[in-house]
Design a protein around this ligand. Structure first.
Ligand code: C2E
Ligand code: CA
Ligand code: CA
Ligand code: CA
Length: 276
């Protein structure tokens, strides 16, 4: 029995070492990727379905590896988050996205750029970093929205309120990302200076077929409208979803129905085609 336990223990520590080794390897290559500028920002349009106009876009990071592969964020953001590298990465995304949006403004209009902010970035010094990105790019604060999840906001409520109020004072918009998936969604609406709620894709996916989801989505839309918030439905892919959202007064949508996230050049081409 003792031997068996020992073997099991060795297997366990071996697995742990593998995991640690793997994470160290990922951490090292993220660091190198940052040095070599391998992270690129993709853009996905947000559309006002009452006017057909593009109101802005979300910045979504991709990792373009030297071997030509494009790594999706869910494969490296968690490690970047654990190691703290997400702060440097997020700062890069914020800066690039602001510069690009400013560059596009003359030709494509005053689009609003939405940038994801991870828990590690959501600290009091965020305001300085955001101001630096706005100053460097020349982008007006009214064209910047920060997407923050409920989980991030929940970690330290007094600090969250203080950070969000300072951002709001600067004229920067705040969106609650993945709305409805957290624990106290309504609390945030009452206590935080929120401009936008983004209904999580998990609720939108089975609309209109799933009655429960349909009720949840239409209720969020109505509540958001009554609170004068922008309500964005995420992950819209089909005509049926769009018809449902329109019928229930949802104003803005984002999803493959209009476009997948595109690299900067592709997004500009898509916009020109949409405008012509
Ligand atoms: P998110 O912020 O909820 O972003 C929306 C995700 O849904 C994106 O995945 C987008 O490509 C995907 N999506 C949009 N429309 C559709 C649709 O119609 N159908 C389907 N199936 N998917 C759709 P993506 O780009 O893989 O990003 C995944 C997550 O990674 C994001 O979720 C966000 O949490 C995180 N992320 C991405 N970029 C950044 C970043 O710059 N910083 C941080 N901290 N996190 C980021
Ligand atoms: Ca987001
Ligand atoms: Ca989301
Ligand atoms: Ca999400």
């Amino acid at each position: 029995a003792k031997e068996q336990g020992g073997a099991r223990f060795r297997r366990f520590t071996q697995a742990m070492n593998d995991d640690v080794t793997r994470r160290l390897a990922i951490e090292k290559s993220i660091r190198k990727g940052l040095e070599n500028d391998e992270f690129v920002v993709f853009y996905q349009p947000r559309v006002d379905i009452t006017t057909g106009q593009v109101t802005g876009m979300e910045a979504l990071v991709r990792w373009a590896r030297p071997d030509g592969t494009l790594v999706p964020p869910l494969e490296f953001i968690p490690v970047a988050e654990d190691t703290g590298l997400v702060v440097a990465l997020g700062e890069r995304v914020l800066r690039d996205a602001c510069i690009q949006t400013r560059r596009w403004t003359d030709e494509l209009g005053p689009l609003r750029i939405a940038v994801n902010i991870s828990a590690r970035q959501f600290q009091p010094d965020l305001l300085d970093r955001v101001q630096a990105a706005l100053a460097e790019s020349g982008l007006p604060p009214s064209q910047l929205e920060l997407e923050i999840t409920e989980t991030t906001m929940m970690r330290d409520l007094p600090t969250s309120v203080a950070i969000l109020e300072r951002l709001a004072e600067q004229g920067i918009s705040i969106a609650i990302d993945d709305f409805g998936t957290g624990h106290s969604s309504l609390y945030y609406l009452k206590n935080f200076p929120i401009d936008t709620i983004k209904i999580d894709r998990s609720f939108v996916r089975d609309v209109p077929g799933d009655e429960g989801d349909a009720t949840i989505v239409s209720t969020i839309v109505t509540m958001g409208r009554n609170l004068s918030l922008n309500v964005v439905a995420e992950g819209v892919e089909t005509d049926d979803q769009l018809d449902f959202l329109r019928a229930h007064g949802c104003r803005e949508v984002q999803g493959y129905y209009y476009s997948k996230p595109l690299p900067a050049d592709g997004f500009a081409d898509w916009m020109r085609a949409a405008l012509s």
